[in-house]
Design a protein around this ligand. Structure first.
Ligand code: SF4
Length: 338
């Protein structure tokens, strides 16, 4: 375990430790595990079971995270672990996120991951697939090592973390895709086993640090896809983050314990139109007929800046300095690693 930064446990009694990493604040005793299945107490000492356990690692287009306004068309080395601090009944990665069978998996060091990322010529490392927050020590140490090697760090997260560990983690992160699942606290409590407020607080905290932040919202039929709720989400993002914040509206597909049929494309398209009343950049995801709904246009003159289709991305209308080739407006999209 790392000795240079806290691992977010506090001893409450002789036999009980409280995990202070996420808002669940699990109280753990010998042999019990937290809500995320990855933190326990063994022989009187708090232990992070997730350290170095990697369920998947591969090179992905950065657009798959999804991040559309951060080094477009680059490749990122993506790693995932096991477990999650949410219990989403519609979990799209449930085979690794809602499981605790990690002990047989191979164990890696931060330097193993960074070496693999460098070998694959990745722009950076993405902590993704399951919830990276619950693997805080490993993610933090790998991110420090990655920075030293000139790589950027990307967090794909549910944002369910306490403010203090978040502040520390954000010092080593360059870009985030944050999943805001709904604007209703009852949705979080009923379908995810969490609460809304800490997620929104994390979004604001990330924004204040000036880290690149994009938001994803998975649209589930009849649960969170009403125009009123999309409007509420887009208004919140515009007012509390910025009207320039990228929003990805993604179609749900049946998975894990939810058997509701997949979201129809017209629902996603309509949600995009609603959100565009408040936000400059709203993209559709997970639908077959994407047309131009994933392209980026200049907000001043309408020129197409970036074309995207089926994970193929072409920067077509930006100068090397990332200005619109037609009207010269800066896009604020970083194109190349310094
Ligand atoms: S990280 Fe895990 S053990 Fe810690 S409070 Fe959250 S769910 Fe509980």
């Amino acid at each position: 375990m790392p000795k240079t930064h806290p691992i977010w446990f506090e001893q409450r009694t002789k036999d009980a430790w409280q995990c202070t990493l996420c808002p669940h604040q699990c109280l753990l005793q010998e042999g019990s595990v937290g809500h995320c299945q990855m933190r326990t107490v063994h022989k009187g000492i708090p232990v992070d079971l997730s350290y170095g356990r990697v369920s998947a690692q591969q090179l992905d287009p950065i657009e798959k995270k999804p991040l559309y306004h951060f080094y477009p068309s680059s490749m990122v080395y993506s790693i995932g672990g096991y477990g999650c601090n949410f219990r989403c009944s519609f979990c799209q990665n449930w085979h690794i996120a809602q499981c605790s069978s990690h002990s047989q998996s191979a164990k890696y060091t931060p330097s193993d991951i960074v070496t693999a990322a460098l070998r694959s010529n990745a722009t950076g490392i993405a902590y993704t697939y399951n919830e990276p927050i619950i693997s805080y020590p490993f993610v933090y140490e790998t991110a420090v090592c990655a920075r030293e090697a000139g790589l950027c760090n990307i967090l794909v997260t549910n944002g369910y973390i306490q403010q203090e560990p978040a502040a520390s983690l954000l010092t080593v992160i360059d870009a985030i895709n944050l999943d805001i699942k709904s604007m209703q606290d009852t949705f979080y409590r009923t379908f995810c086993g969490g609460r809304l407020d800490p997620v929104l607080a994390f979004a604001k905290q990330a924004k204040e640090t000036k880290i690149h932040l994009e938001i994803t919202n998975l649209l589930i039929p009849d649960l969170n896809d009403s125009p009123a709720e999309i409007e509420q989400l887009a208004q919140w993002v515009a007012h509390e983050l910025s009207p320039q914040t990228v929003l990805h509206l993604s179609a749900y597909h049946p998975a894990y314990q939810m058997h509701t049929p997949a979201t129809d494309s017209p629902i996603v398209r309509h949600a995009q139109q609603v959100a565009r009343r408040y936000l400059a950049y709203v993209y559709c995801g997970n639908i077959p007929d994407i047309d131009n709904s994933q392209d980026t246009h200049c907000t001043a003159c309408g020129n197409c800046l970036i074309k995207r289709k089926h994970w193929e991305t072409h920067v077509v209308g930006l100068t090397n300095q990332s200005h619109c080739q037609t009207c010269g407006r800066p896009s604020q999209i970083p194109l190349h690693r310094p």
